[in-house]
Design a protein around this ligand. Structure first.
Ligand SMILES: [Zn+2]
Length: 189
């Protein structure tokens, strides 16, 4: 009799064990499903955020491109001279014999020429071909002006750093460091 009771108990325990194991598996399965959904939602949210960021970046690039083109247009029309009537430098470009230019000696030894009307800048390496004004650096240096040149203290600087600055300025206008080769659409963006 005792044996039969023990057998019955053992069978009951085994059944209970199986039931619990099954339930645990079911819960684990549900948990995995929930986790999968959670990660899917998170991925979708991240993809959405990335898309928004990319759209914003593309819009900024486009605005920059338009502004650069507009400024280049103004600089092309500007006579870079003093005089003229009114404030509109495009319609009323100056006609004074003196140019509205300022020469500025940079800390690293380069001299820059800047038009105070259209903000065009000329740097060593700028040529008639690669500058929006159609005027090269050497020519701009020689244009007459009664503006005083401004200077800066000199200190030694790595020539590579100067080359890098030049390359950056040319790249902004869509030119390779040689100042002659047009960069592709990707490089100009
Ligand atoms: Zn100008």
């Amino acid at each position: 009799m005792a044996n039969r009771d023990e057998d019955w108990l053992a069978a009951e325990l085994e059944a209970e064990n199986l039931r619990l194991t099954n339930e645990n598996l079911r819960i684990q399965n549900e948990h995995l499903k929930e986790q999968t959904l959670y990660y899917r939602d998170q991925n979708a949210e991240l993809a959405g955020k990335r898309q928004t960021r990319e759209n914003r970046h593309a819009k900024q690039e486009e605005t920059l491109r338009i502004n650069r083109a507009r400024l280049a247009g103004l600089q092309k029309h500007c006579t870079h001279r003093k005089g003229g009537k009114g404030d509109d430098l495009v319609k009323n470009s100056g006609n004074d014999p003196n140019y509205s230019l300022i020469k500025h000696l940079m800390e690293w030894g380069e001299q820059m020429v800047k038009c105070t009307r259209c903000t065009a800048e000329w740097w060593p390496g700028d040529t008639a071909g690669n500058h929006p004004t159609g005027i090269g650096y050497e020519e701009a240096l020689k244009l007459p002006t009664d503006n005083a040149a401004s200077g800066a203290a000199q200190f030694r600087i790595d020539p590579n750093a100067v080359a890098k600055l030049r390359a950056g300025r040319l790249a902004q206008r869509g030119y390779a460091p040689d100042g002659k080769t047009k960069l592709g659409a990707a490089g100009a963006a």
